[in-house]
Write a protein that binds this ligand. Sequence first.
Ligand SMILES: Cc1cc2nc3c(=O)[nH]c(=O)nc-3n(C[C@H](O)[C@H](O)[C@H](O)COP(=O)(O)OP(=O)(O)OC[C@H]3O[C@@H](n4cnc5c(N)ncnc54)[C@H](O)[C@@H]3O)c2cc1C
Length: 490
Amino acid sequence: MVATKPLQKTDAIIVVGAGIFGLSTALHLGLRGYKNVTVFDRQPYDDTKYEYTAGADSASSDNYKIIRSGYGSEKVYQDLSTEAIQHWNSWNEEILSGECVPDGMTRSDKVFINNGHLSLTDKDDLPEFEKATIQNMEAAGQPNTQLVTTDPGQVDIADRKGLGFAIDPFQRRAKGKGYLGVLDTTGGVAVAHKACRFALHKARLLGVHFVLDPHSGAVESFCYDAGGKVNGVQMKDGKKRHASKVVVACGGWTPSILPVLDGICETTAGSVILIKIPPDSALYERLAPERFPSWAWNMRDGKLGGLYGFPRDENGYLKIGYRGTKYTNPKVQEDGKERSVPVTRYTAEETITQVPQQAMKVFKSFILEYFPDLAENGIDIELTRLCWYTDSFDNHYVVDNIPGQDSLMVATGGSGHAFKYLPNVGKWVVDIIEGVGVKRDLVKHWRWRTLQSGEKPFNVLQEGSSGPRALRNVEMSTDKDLKLSAQSRL
Ligand SMILES: Cc1cc2nc3c(=O)[nH]c(=O)nc-3n(C[C@H](O)[C@H](O)[C@H](O)COP(=O)(O)OP(=O)(O)OC[C@H]3O[C@@H](n4cnc5c(N)ncnc54)[C@H](O)[C@@H]3O)c2cc1C
């Protein structure tokens, strides 16, 4: 890590990207007393309000995201979750008290719903990951928070916590089917779009300036001083914005703007379906967030597993995601090298409105087994989405200065699990900017690094356009696949 020149509280700081990494960084810069912070994003979030269906196209723009403490043997993220959940609860309190309520939200809105997170398996024994979580949460002084769904004593505890509904939300026991899993009673869902709006509003109240616009908010390149040091950004509207520190938090767009991340991070896509539950359907009440948890199923079982989902949201959308295979979209860039770049229904150059057939098959097979009531009620998939984020080779985030620069920093590599840290990850980013607590394990994990020879990557990166996960090499689903009535098992 390059030694960081101490910043003055009045120095100009630019944050590029208003997803969770950028928002949280800006918020904590404001809380720490920095007076000249500007966040640039090319997405007009004041208009779209971080809602995917309104055109917001970042990983952070969503209806719900999972909040959980369970991290297997990765205690560092478990502890980070514990810290985050305290913040999530106090954010709910700030809204309820009327202390901080963004325009368009009311005091009855919540950004975190503690309806539990259920990790299900179709095996006869719990996966090692869950066993490690149970042990580590107990060791951390949080006993009886990770409850085994088939243990009557633990089911009683869930009942007493008001989370009995989350033990068997797919109602499998009554059908004589397996429902083994672990209910994380500390978890539930983040109401993602509202949480982002809340963080943005809170940062604005602290004096952070936001430029959210496709031209004046879009960063095209970096500006350098005579010594080759980054001293600002060049915007799409031609303007140069100067700063003592530039923090790049562009999510799935980060590796293209910072090619130096080659080998550390790659942009990959998770597949998502949205099913609209009509308000007059009996399922509408059953799937309400007060009565249905967030869930994951066979999460670490390769391409035939990796599903997760949510209750329906206030607009009736029931979201299910698949990341058994993480897809890529490699394109040759200006330097002649291939890098994966996001492609969605909203991207300018090229659009995509379907998900890969493999993902669709896993969705439908799961729905047939766990959610037969959807097809029985004539409910089909309404919308599909590819959601892009950055995977790092070791699944840890990357929060550090770019080698050779002390004014250019990156905060990315969310690797599909960073949303839950919206309230607190920025505190860590600002610590890193200030050189505070650099010996903490997480800070060390997030340092600039490369895959060492002989090291087995957690995520295999950069297989290129001939790789099996490249979208151009996979069969895509079609509109016909949106029908749930025409389902088949894998
Ligand atoms: C399908 C899916 C499901 C997930 N589920 C969960 C979950 O349940 N729980 C959880 O904790 N995490 C989850 N994650 C992970 C989480 O969503 C991400 O880790 C997190 O949102 C990433 O935030 P970010 O700020 O890095 O990127 P983003 O949210 O993508 O934000 C990047 C921002 O940078 C902006 N930008 C890009 N380029 C430029 C430029 N040149 N100029 C200006 N602005 C620019 C973009 O417009 C965007 O607003 C999920 C991710 C995906 C894809």
